[in-house]
Design a protein around this ligand. Structure first.
Ligand SMILES: [Zn+2]
Length: 385
């Protein structure tokens, strides 16, 4: 049975439209007030403009490393999506709770917050740290400031649980991601004299085709890693824009692509191979016009997660959950940053499923909320017994 307190908190969290483009400060202010009620101090780690923040709070002993419960407060937009339920109002129907962020990932935050009074009463010998971030959905951007803060903190959390939706399965691995924008600068002229110009669209097409060949090579030659639906690194071009009119040789074309890499692969090695090809094309273009160029800008980058099965955190979290299934996830989390930058052993385990995340009529099963509550109760037990 899901507790009324959890649902009430979830209702509040869903009511704030914390699409990544918006501020999350109102939501954080609500959480800070709530924590204060239980006598818990929290601190905010702001972005440059002070329009968004991470929230960090420690429950229990303040002078010990503990278990960090980590989640993001932002959500993806509902723009262009056809919802039958109101996205920013929690609705219940047939054992499912609907609303933007129910699966990804405000329910985990709600369950953790609902457990705060119990944590306060439990006399924890090992603390629980709450780490709630912003701008996760646009490339794990916000949490980097929290990581900077923790880097200079005398005490780092001993382990980290990322509550992204895994239907409460303990997940130890996901791929890393590197996304880039490529801008091709050609030379325009009348299309009737095409050989005198440098066609930026054609050069972009060759680059995109090179990336496609790389993707096929990964599929055939690997390296491979078990546990994934797609057990190798993927390379993909998402959008392309170029040219102005049919009778003009285009002087501009840009496209975006991404590499999602398994642990055995460094995306920068692949990027370096791509750069070598880019240099060749630049030289070719400049035979016609010195002003031609191709620029690569990395827009997003986060490391994969690859926690060894024999890390203590894996057994510890498996004991807390009733889902014994195993597998990797097909989406990224902030876990790679916590584990690679701060060296904190990290797993992903949270309620709901990404099958419902990012979609219209996003929902979470009531049974998932109960499972997460039971998980939280066992955690409190472990840390206070
Ligand atoms: Zn998420």
């Amino acid at each position: 049975m899901t507790q009324a307190a959890t649902l009430e908190i979830l209702r509040q969290l869903i009511s704030f439209d914390t699409t990544s483009a918006n501020s999350n400060l109102e939501l954080l202010s609500w959480i800070q007030d709530y924590l204060q009620h239980s006598g818990v101090d929290s601190r905010l780690v702001y972005n440059e403009e002070e329009s968004k923040a991470n929230l960090y709070a420690t429950l229990g002993p303040q002078d010990k490393a503990g278990v960090m419960l980590s989640g993001h407060t932002d959500t993806v937009p509902v723009t262009g999506q056809n919802w039958t339920y109101k996205p920013y109002q929690l609705s219940e129907h047939n054992g499912r709770y609907y609303g933007r962020g129910t699966a990804d990932m405000k329910t985990f935050l709600a369950v953790a917050l609902a457990a705060v009074p119990a944590m306060q009463q439990a006399n924890l010998h090992t603390p629980v740290h709450l780490a709630f971030s912003y701008d996760e959905e646009i490339g794990c951007v916000g949490v980097r400031r929290l990581i900077d803060m923790l880097q200079s903190h005398p005490l780092k959390p001993a382990v980290c649980i990322i509550g992204e939706p895994t239907t409460m399965q303990v997940v130890t691995a996901h791929k890393g991601k590197l996304a880039a924008r490529v801008t091709v600068k050609g030379k325009e002229c009348h299309s009737g004299m095409a050989p005198l110009g440098v066609n930026a669209v054609n050069y972009a097409a060759r680059l995109i085709s090179w990336l496609e060949q790389l993707a096929l090579k990964k599929k055939v030659e690997g390296p491979f890693e078990d546990g994934y639906d797609i057990p190798y690194s993927t390379v993909h071009t998402g959008t392309v824009n170029g040219g102005t009119a049919l009778n003009i040789v285009p002087n501009h074309c840009e496209f975006v692509f991404e590499i999602r890499n398994i642990a055995a692969e460094d995306p920068h090695t692949l990027l370096a191979e791509f750069r070598t090809y880019v240099e060749r094309l630049i030289a070719e273009m400049r035979e016609v016009d010195e002003g031609c160029d191709i620029q690569i800008d990395i827009t997003t980058e986060y490391p994969g997660l690859s926690t060894a099965d024999d890390e203590e955190v894996v057994a510890f979290v498996r004991d807390l959950t009733s889902n014994t299934e195993r597998g990797n996830i097909n989406f990224g989390t902030e876990g790679g940053l916590f584990s690679q930058v701060l060296g904190i052993p990290t797993v992903v385990c949270g309620p709901g499923s990404m099958n419902q995340g990012h979609k219209p009529d996003e929902y979470i099963e009531a049974e998932q909320i109960s499972q997460c509550e039971a998980f939280m109760a066992r955690l409190i037990n472990q840390l206070s017994a």
